[in-house]
Design a protein around this ligand. Structure first.
Ligand SMILES: *Cc1c(COP(=O)(O)O)cnc(C)c1O
Length: 442
């Protein structure tokens, strides 16, 4: 069963998750040695290193390089959000409309807008007290470990958004990594082509499972039936699902679940992680939210049930003073009628890119996945090539930077991710260059 962090009701002097060695080691300051377990050659630094090396050796090609690598948005934020943030800054400049500290978990007006548009409009019963505003869901994915016990058995999909893994390593919930980069103590759930890159419910018990749909990096989407199976698994094993819906706005088929809470029984087994980064272009603004239902509980080591909402509320009140006034005003504006139209236009732009990229890869004769409910296209490398070999071909011959699938986990080997977060002209140029690749094979 999932176990709550029992330190919280009676706070301990010692940080949870640290070993005795870390706490006190004679007369010297010591570090959290779990950080030393993190793999050094991490994906994006390695990509940057290869790109820099190529630029240095081929300075004339350097200006031609187009990045379809890192998952950052390219288009400006919606006008409605800009306007609201301008007004909010002006309000801070006048005594009559000034705002100081806000509620640690977010202003009521924003939490109500979230409840109305993201839940009630889709027939999901949820209340503002179950919504927690934050500066983005990357931080939330790590922070949630604060309220969960140190001995939970953790399930991680492979390939995976690396944040779920590394935050568990940092807090001391794993052993060392093996040669394949898999950490002792984590249970890896392979996501293979055979099952549409959706993790299958395992036949071993786990306490906490991270799921992300639409998926980064594979762009895959889970069906209602498959998600139902996960909810049933969670109930059968008294487990908690941490459900990441950062790409929710990209779902283009209304029969697919936008939220895990569309599934009966999910309010007692799941937390959900939302972000305004990808729908509102807020990667540089920073805002997201978590949902921690009142009905969600986990056990103490003696078996008593504790509502996680209480611990999560306490965690926010202690460790944060919440999200800035202008940012919350900007996020709320995304829910206005004009804001919604402008968000839709942004999504359409990126999904138009995804469509072009899919076609470009298909024209090369490659097997193409994703890109239909997510801004990521997941592609099988040509026969006999590893992810990094194909990365080099794309860099050297097309001057296009992609992300090697193996960087997201060993099951990503033999695939690459191409991001649709780009300008239309860049995407058209990428597709044109890929067309030339096919005529001049490596
Ligand atoms: C982009 C992304 C997020 C959102 O991160 P923010 O901190 O809100 O910008 C969360 N999860 C996944 C899988 C992502 O790709």
């Amino acid at each position: 069963m999932a176990v709550a962090n029992t330190h919280l009701p009676a706070p301990s002097r010692h940080a949870p998750g640290l070993t005795a060695v870390n706490r006190y080691h004679g007369f010297m300051a010591t570090i959290n040695e779990h950080y030393l377990k993190l793999k050094a050659g991490y994906l994006f630094p390695e990509i940057a290193r290869r790109v820099e090396q190529f630029k240095a050796a081929n300075p004339e090609q350097a200006p031609r390089i187009i990045s379809c690598g890192i998952g950052d948005v390219t288009e400006p934020i919606p006008e409605a959000a800009q306007q609201a943030m301008h007004e909010a800054v002006d309000e801070l400049g006048k005594r009559a409309t000034f705002h100081g500290y806000g509620p640690p978990t977010g202003y009521e007006f924003l939490r109500e807008a979230i409840i109305e548009h993201d839940f009630h409009a889709h027939g999901i019963d949820m209340s503002a007290g179950e919504v927690f505003l934050s500066d983005g869901s990357k931080g939330d994915c790590g922070a949630v470990l604060d309220i969960l016990g140190p001995n939970n058995r953790i399930g991680i999909t492979d390939p995976v958004y690396p944040v779920y893994v590394d935050t568990n390593v940092m807090i001391g919930r794993t052993g060392e990594a093996d040669d394949a980069g898999r950490y002792a103590g984590l249970t890896y759930l392979p996501c293979t082509e055979q099952h549409g890159f959706v993790a299958q419910v395992p036949d071993v018990p786990l306490d906490v499972v991270y799921l992300c749909f639409p998926n980064n990096p594979t762009g895959s989407m889970i069906t209602r039936d498959q998600l139902q199976q996960w909810v049933e698994y969670a109930h059968a094993n008294d487990a908690i699902i941490l459900y990441d819906v950062a790409y929710q706005a990209f779902i283009s088929d209304s029969s697919l679940p936008r939220s895990i809470y569309e599934i009966d029984g999910a309010t007692t087994c799941a937390m959900e992680f939302h972000s305004f980064s990808k729908n509102g272009g807020f990667t540089g603004v920073r805002c997201g939210y978590t949902v921690c239902p009142d009905a969600l509980t986990a056990a103490t080591s003696s078996g008593e049930r504790v509502p996680l909402n209480k611990l999560w509320t306490r965690r926010w009140a202690t460790k944060s003073n919440g999200v800035s006034w202008p940012v919350q005003r900007g996020a709320a504006a995304l829910y206005s009628e004009t804001g919604q139209e402008q968000v839709r236009a942004l999504i359409n732009h990126y999904m138009g890119n995804a469509k072009l990229l899919r076609k470009g890869c298909e024209a090369l004769g490659l097997s193409v996945f994703g890109g239909e409910h997510a801004p990521y296209v997941w592609v099988k490398t040509p026969e006999g090539m590893t992810s990094w070999q194909w990365f080099d071909v794309m860099l050297e011959q097309a001057n296009v930077v992609i992300t090697p699938g193996s960087g997201f986990g060993s099951c990503g080997e033999g695939y690459f991710r191409i991001s649709a977060f780009n300008t239309r002209s860049n995407v058209e140029e990428v597709v044109r260059r890929m067309g030339q690749l096919s005529r001049q094979p490596a």
